[in-house]
Write a protein that binds this ligand. Structure first.
Ligand code: HEM
Length: 283
């Protein structure tokens, strides 16, 4: 929602916005060049593959996007290393600022379920809501699985040489890697393009895009509505002012939408095509 002339606070710094940008670009490239192979018997898949240059160009694009993913993962862990080991900053693994699951998240899930069922009040959350933590952890896990299986598919001959003969004679590692890569890809793309899109960008109050991950800023109303506990804590600690930033201009909001809306539409079309193909397989 465009709400200018409001009090704004910084939620995401430049580093995290840049990292998310790298993930958007690489993930889309990987999905758009990978899915046509998984659904190769469909006309739309063959058309999409040709749009990306067909064989072998689409495969090169897939590998370049994989390298961008590796770079984003490297940046993330280098950032963590510098913050934790060099700067000795606390709170990355435990506490309100941590993205790892904490006991409080269990109570938040229970409170949220009660609210959904109409038997409790809407819970207030802290800096990271439990579903954001699950998304972060599934990104970590998913990237690891896709990277390991993807590298096996990339270098099958070299990989076969390092697998002991005793193992290779029982288990066909590249075939297993292909199955895992394919279905984890469908799961990841299906999740991102439906659940992630809907509960971040496509909520009625955010439509058509939640600008926070692009501009880094949220309004005071959004802050209080989504993360009241963090807002109150920062206010009590007299830290709130240090997060205050100028609202983004209408031009920046326009550019954000120009970039994000086509991506959201592409993702929704992809999940629709994938889902309809899976339904046909199931029937
Ligand atoms: C992150 C590291 C990744 C690497 C190194 C990698 C590598 C590969 C390679 C080498 C192939 C074989 C096809 C070809 O030669 O073009 C492949 C296929 C594929 N990739 Fe990836 N990939 C990665 C991530 C992803 C991601 C994140 C997705 C989607 C969410 C994805 C979706 C697919 C799909 C659907 C296929 C086709 C599998 C099939 O034939 O059914 N990949 N990938």
């Amino acid at each position: 929602m465009l709400m200018k002339n409001t009090t704004n606070y910084l939620r995401f710094g430049l580093f995290h916005r840049f990292s998310h940008f790298l993930i958007i670009i690489s993930f889309f490239g990987l999905v758009l060049t990978g899915m046509p192979l998984a659904f190769r018997s469909y006309g739309w898949a063959r058309w999409l593959y040709e749009m990306f240059g067909g064989y072998p160009t689409a495969g090169y694009i897939h590998r370049i996007c994989a390298l961008i993913t590796f770079f984003a993962a490297f940046l993330h862990f280098a950032f963590l290393f510098v913050c934790v080991s060099v700067k000795k900053q606390k709170g990355y693994f435990w506490g309100v600022d941590s993205l790892l699951i904490q006991p409080r998240d269990i109570f938040d899930i229970i409170a949220d379920i009660k609210w959904f069922m109409g038997v409790g009040k809407r819970p207030n959350f802290d800096r990271w809501i439990y579903w954001e933590k699950f998304e972060y952890l599934s990104l970590m896990w998913g990237t690891l699985v896709m990277a390991v299986t993807g590298i096996i598919l990339w270098f099958p001959a070299q990989f076969t040489k390092i697998v002991p003969v005793a193992v290779a004679s029982i288990i066909d590692v590249p075939s297993i890697a292909l199955i895992v890569h394919r279905y984890e890809a469908i799961l990841a793309a299906g999740f991102i393009f439906s659940i992630h899109f809907f509960h971040t960008h496509l909520l009625p109050e955010k439509m058509p895009v939640d600008e926070a991950i692009f501009t880094g800023k949220i309004t005071e109303a959004e802050f209080k509505h989504e993360r009241l506990i963090q807002f109150n804590r920062l206010e009590k600690q007299k830290d709130l002012e240090s997060y205050r930033v100028a609202p983004s201009s209408l031009f920046v909001s326009f550019l954000t939408r120009l970039f994000a809306v086509p991506i959201l539409i592409t993702g929704l079309i992809m999940v629709g095509l994938m889902f309809s193909a899976l339904l046909v397989w199931a029937i």
